[in-house]
Ligand binder design. Structure first.
Ligand SMILES: NC(=O)c1ccc[n+]([C@@H]2O[C@H](COP(=O)([O-])OP(=O)(O)OC[C@H]3O[C@@H](n4cnc5c(N)ncnc54)[C@H](OP(=O)(O)O)[C@@H]3O)[C@@H](O)[C@H]2O)c1
Length: 215
């Protein structure tokens, strides 16, 4: 049975998963790199900013779970590009010619375009579809492996609200963003459907895992 998973999803203490004012020069708006500083410090995350080395402790152990057994990703239009990318026929995402997904990657957008095959195994497909329909397409493409919901917060919230998420790893970062896009709105009582575990680590972040209870 394939699972639908979320990993390394970083939120501020006040529940924002991205800042305000997303732009080409600011993929996370006024949050900058603060939400992901914990991950960039790890062995897993260091290459994201072209660094080498990185820590190999608890943060790294959680971060590494992002990859294994994933056969497809679903992301939102605002993760794929800055506001207005749909007007740029040449926009192929933030990640350069070889994006770090290495699987079919489904971008939810109300303005779909033809698929783009990138280097390294990533093919971007653009879908205007409800979460359950998008998940069906991603599951088929994943050929028996799991599907990752890659964010941003709007898409994560919609998949949680639709009851489609089996495993979620949230990282609470001790910062207050004050503005941006919140993830938890409208999800009152969500925790009742999940076994929740919490680990606080010396880096200052708190890892929360939500595993769907057997029905
Ligand atoms: N904190 C983290 O761990 C994390 C992880 C990933 C991303 N992010 C950040 O989160 C931000 C993006 O999040 P966001 O909440 O603004 O947006 P998002 O979730 O990436 O995308 C939302 C947009 O996707 C399109 N969309 C969503 N569902 C759809 C559906 N069912 N059918 C068709 N189109 C659909 C719509 O765009 P259109 O109507 O324009 O097509 C919608 O406005 C970025 O700053 C990104 O860097 C943070």
């Amino acid at each position: 049975m394939t699972r639908t998973r979320i990993h390394n999803f970083s939120i501020s203490l006040d529940g924002f998963a991205t800042g305000e004012g997303q732009a080409l020069e600011a993929p996370f708006g006024h949050a900058g790199h603060r939400l992901h500083a914990w991950m960039i410090a790890t062995r897993f995350g260091a290459p994201i900013l072209g660094h080498t080395g990185g820590t190999a402790g608890v943060d790294d152990a959680f971060a590494q779970q992002h990859e294994p057994r994933i056969g497809a990703e679903i992301m939102g239009a605002n993760k794929f590009g800055p506001p207005g990318w749909q007007d740029d026929a040449g926009w192929k995402g933030w990640w350069g010619p070889k994006p770090p997904f290495h699987t079919p990657t489904f971008v939810l957008t109300h303005r779909p375009r033809p698929s783009i095959e990138m280097e390294g195994g990533t093919t971007f497909h653009f879908l205007d579809a409800a979460p359950a329909e998008a998940l069906d397409a991603a599951r088929e493409a994943a050929r028996g492996a799991d599907v990752r919901i890659g964010g941003g917060p709007t898409v994560v919230r919609d998949f949680l609200a639709a009851g489609l998420v089996d495993h979620m790893h949230v990282v609470q970062v001790p910062i207050l963003l004050g503005r941006g896009v919140r993830v938890w709105d409208g999800l009152e009582g969500l925790e009742a459907n999940y076994d929740v575990e919490v680990v606080s680590v010396p880096s200052g972040v708190t890892h929360l895992t939500f595993d769907r209870k057997p029905s």
